[in-house]
Design a binder for this molecule. Sequence first.
Ligand SMILES: [Zn+2]
Length: 663
Amino acid sequence: MSHEISVREILAEDTENLWTKLPKTFLLKYDNGEVLETNYKTTIFTSYYWDLIREWPNIIVKPNHHLDFYFKKSPFGAHTHRVLIESFYKDIAVSYGLDTPLKRDYLDKRVFEVNNNAYNKLSVHLYPYMTSIDILDFIEVADDPEIKEMIEKCEPDQLSVSQLSENIVKFLYTTNKLSNNRLVKATRAKIVKDNQVSQCVGVRGYPTDVDSMLFKYPIMSGYVNGLNTLYDSMTESRSASKSLLFSTAPLQFSEYLSRRIQLMAMSVERMHYGDCGSNKYMDCLVTANEYDEFNNLIKKSNLPLMAGKYYLDEETNTLKVITGKETHLLNKWIKVRSIVAGCDHPDPHGVCSVCFGELSQNIQPGANVGHLCGSVLGQIISQLILSVKHHEKSADISYIKLNPRMNKFFYIDSARDKYYIQKETIDKGYYVEVPRDSLLNLNDVLNVKNLSYDDISRTAHIDDIALFKDSEYEIFHLRVENRYGILSKEFIEYIKQKEWLMNKKSNYVFDISDWDYRKPFIVLPKKHYNNNDLSKDIEALIQGSKTDNKKKNRTPKAAFWELFDLVNSRLDVNFAIIETIIYSSMVISNENYDARLPKANDPKELGVLKDIMARRSLSGQLAYQYVTKELTNPESFFPLFRENYVMDVYINPKETINKYYGI
Ligand SMILES: [Zn+2]
């Protein structure tokens, strides 16, 4: 019969004493009456973190506050201590009424200290148990017959290679054979990156060049077996070139983008805890994960990223917080409280914690809300660009997906990078219209005899095309991410014979009546969408342009979803953060030079970054750019709807400080 010890007895002891006092295994009695068998190892580890409970003892200590609880679900890893702290952090906050970050400031400080103490003490106590990893661990995995077989079976094409990498990772997580291998242990504990392990023991896959073009053949060997052909070494060496390149201009670009976002977003200064009572909601469709026919995830659900937002439960007419696990909301429209839809808090530079969502609990006292959100986004993008080498994996390129409307006119090949025209479309007598700028040197096809296909394809840049006949006119978007279409070799041969017309918009018009529907029409080049492309696209959206906003009829809500989808096609950035950035780019009226942040009942429009900076406060403008232009612009000195800005104190110190103290 094991010895029974109560949680409170453990809490009464200093953890250092437990090393000699606890029996090897024993029964632990929790505050809620549960008695579970445990051992001295996990209990001592837990006890270091229970220093927080020693300081805030009025919570009911339950089995989920003990390390054993997490061991049942996953092995010890880099996040274990964090989940453990989280398990009682909330209970402490609730029991002691610490419902704002300001009230939790001391608790947060103690979390830091307790964690640091555990780290220091455990490093010393656990020294005899430390192990290291060496090449033998790697060789054991690479030599495993099952892995060898997977590699042998793998074909040198996109789909097989990416499938191989997934299968190897899956194997490492589930096999019983290699459970004592230290590489496998490290993988399971998430101390090393899955894709890097699979590149060591599996194959390197597709490298990309500095311009993001995929090399034609994958590297079918991994780092353990070595890259031993000239082709392998030379193509692989481009990842170092890429790394060098990305650390210069692309990094400068993303850091400057980050700075511009922060300057704009800083107008959203304060968080007010409580409910402003706004009755404005954003209608959101909660999407589920989308898979293609090969069961690859093509678009992830937006639900986990909505965590912390409040939505209106229409049955009970109450606000409920989204935790990210509400599967009953999938594919449903919900009403979300939102600062883009409108917060009603009277502070012109503040938002309330209900419109913002529970993420408000993570904003440290005194932090500028907009600046924080802007830097969170900017930091993630810069980090991705800076560590391009570490995120390097076999390049996966995005491929064509046809929606039902497009399916009527086109079909695609199994590699999903070529468009074919449906026979029916040709039979019905449609013409193809391609914008002139998409095919700049098409005339050369006729004039120069030996022009190679590569020469033509290099300058082709097809984004949209149109099919028309009589009064019907259909526009199709053929570009996929950064992969612009090019006319196929076969189609170029065809139009050499058939020629073409220019219409009054100076676009090319092709007669396809004699076109063979079995031949590819438009081809997408094998190009990888990299993180620099992502930051360029984000810039275009955030900077905004009047013509673009008008052309696309972009409302603030539409811009929000555009940015949300764009950013989260690659990253995981919470709803509230994207929302704050879009909110800071909203104005009351572009026409009336009113760039103030709109509140719940104000008209709302999407502004353009450079006008917003010039119209809000000159102090912000001076920290931005075009300084001479705005200082010599007479409009700058007619105040109109100017608002305060956090940097005003540098321009008008006396007035700003007097106003702050109400003098
Ligand atoms: Zn509000």
